[in-house]
Design a protein around this ligand. Sequence first.
Ligand code: CUK
Ligand code: CUA
Length: 638
Amino acid sequence: MKMKTSYCASLTLLASLLTGTAFFAGCSDSGSSATQASSQNKGSAAERTYVAPGEKDEYYLFYSGGHSGQVFVAGLPSMRHLITIPVFAPSPGTGYGFDDESREMLGDFTWGDVHHPGLSKTDGMYDGRWLFVNDNANNRVARIDLRDFKTKQILGPIPNSSGNHGSSFVTENSEYLLVGTRFSVPLPMGRFAPVEDYADEFNGMVSGLKVDPESGDLSVGWQIITPPFNWDLGSTGKGPSSGWAFWTSYNTEMAHTKLEANASQRDRDYAAFVNWRAAEAAVKDGKADMLDGVPVIDPAKVPGVLYYVPIGKSPHGIDVDPSGRWIAASGKLQPTTTVFDFEKVQAAIDNKEFQAEFRGVPVLNYDVIVEGEVPVGLGPLHTQYDGKGNAYTSLYIESAVAKWKLPPWTDAEKANLEFTVLDKIGVHYNIGHLVIGGSDTRAPYGDWLVAMNKLSKGRHLSVGPSQPESSQLIDITGRKMEMVYESFTDPEPHFAQILKADMIQPIEVYPKAESNNPNAVWSLSDATYTREPGKVTAKVAAVRSQFGPDKITAEVGDTVVLHITNVEQTTDIIHGFAISGYDLNVIIDPGETKSVTFKADKVGVFPFYCTNFCSALHQEMQGYLEVKPASVTTASVD
Ligand code: CUK
Ligand code: CUA
C-alpha cells in the first residue's frame, strides 16, 4: 500500500518535471466497484450536466471576470452563461456607466481587476443578499445586490492602500469585508520615498470594511498597518476561529526588485493571523491613530490583534475548513499543503509559545501549531472543502486537483501523510482557483467542483492567439473525482462562488407603486420637458413603442438632463435610449427610472432610438434631439 502510493507520487513528480503536466487519475487506489456503481446510478456525464430546454439549473455560479472588471454568472451544472454583471467597467449592453448614477460610481476609472467574489453570510451560511467583489488594480470593493444582479456601490479607493488583492472576505454574519493589500507604498499616500528604501519606508495594510446590516452599504472601519509583506490570499474564520481572518504573504523577504528570485529566498514566509474582533475593540478603546481619516492600529503597540505564522514556501491560498478548526495553506514552491490546527493556535497564543518576534509582532511556533504537511503535488494554490471531511487543492504546475482527507488522522495516516491523498484528477491546463459551493460556509454543498484553468492550449476552436480560458466541471460525489464538462470563459476568472438557486428570488419588475423617484413619469401624457436658460430638463416616458416626448429641443451649450422611465410592468420588456452621435446609451428595466446629464455641444438634429428590442414596432420607437444655434435672447421652448 505504502509502496504503491510512494511509487505513484514519485512517478507524478517525474512526469510533472518532464512535461509540466501530469495525470494521476489511474494511480490512486479507488474503491472502484463502489465508485462505478454510484456513478452508474448518476447517469452519464452528459445526463448529469444536461439541462433540457425550459428547465433551470440548480445553482448559480458567480465567477470573477479578472481584468474585464466584470462578474460572470453561469448556471450549474449546465455551465451555461446567464449574464455578465458589469462592476468596474462600463457596459453598453446594460447601459452601465452611461447614466448619471453608475457613471458617478465608476468615477474616473474605466476598468478594474476582479479576483474574489464573496457572498454575504448570516450565521456562517450564505444568505443570498449581496455579492461583494474586489478590484485589485484601483483598490476598491463593490457590492452587487442579488435582488436585481446589479452593482449598487463601489467603495474606494480604500485609504492608505495599494493593490486590493487579498479581498473580499466576508465574516460569518457579514459584519465586515476583510481586505489586505498586495502592494506596499510609502504612507501617507502621495508621500515619496525611493523604492530602495522599501523595507523601511513602505507599508501594507489590512482593513476592516464595515457592512451595514440593513442596506449592505460599505464603509471603511479600521486598518492594521503591516510591514511591506505583499499580502496575498485570505479567508475568514468560523467555529473555534470565529473572529479571526488569515492572509498569506509571498514576500516576507521584503524584496523590492526581481521578486521572482528575491521574494523566493526564505523557506518559510509568513501568514498573518488577525483577530478582527480584537482590532474592532482596540479601535473602540481609542488605541488607534488616525491616518487619512481612518483609525489605524499599530500591531506592535496593540498586542493581540496580529500574529505571524511561518508557512512554506511563497504561499498563495489559505482556506479555513467548514468546522473552522483546520486551516490549509499552500506554498507554490513546495509540493505540500500545510494544515494548521486552530485549537493549537489558540493554545499557543494563550501560552505565549512564540518562536520569534518581527517588528514587535509575535511569530507563532510553527512546530506547536502545525498538524501536518500533506504531499498534495506540485504547485499547490487553493483549497476547497466538500463538508464530508475532504479537501481539494488545485495544483498549478501539475495541472491537477488533489483530493485529500482532512484531520483528524489515524496514526498510520499521520506517520505517512501520503495516505491522506485519496485521489487526483488532471485538468486542462494550469489550474488557478477551484470552487465548491459553500466551501467557505459551515455546510458546503459538496457535489460539484469547478476548476478554473489559466490555459486551455487548443481545447476549444481556435479564435486566434488569445485562447479562451477553460473551466471544467468535476463531479465530487463519488470517491473518485469525475470530469463531466468543460466550458470556456472570457478573461479572466480567478475565484468564484456557487449559490443554490432557490436561495434567491430576483425581482422581475421594479413595482411602479414602490418607485420613489421624484423624476419618474408613468404615462406618455405626463411626460414633459422644460427649458430654462442653459438647461433643458425632460421627463421621458418609454413604453411600447414610443417615447414621450419624441422631440426635445435644446440650444447649443445647454446642459441636457433626461429622466427616462420605463413605464412597463411586464417582465423582460426593456427599453434603451441612445442618441446617435452623442455616445450615449441608457438601458431602463421595467419600472425603472434612470437619469442622464450631458452637454448639447454640437448643432444639428440627432435621432434618438430604443436600443433594446421590445416589440414588433421597436424600430419605430425613436425621436429627435434638436440642437439649435444659440439665440441672442432667451427663448422659451416651442
Ligand atoms: S489569485 Cu488568481 S489564481 Cu488573485 Cu485568488 Cu490564486
Ligand atoms: Cu423599446 Cu425597443
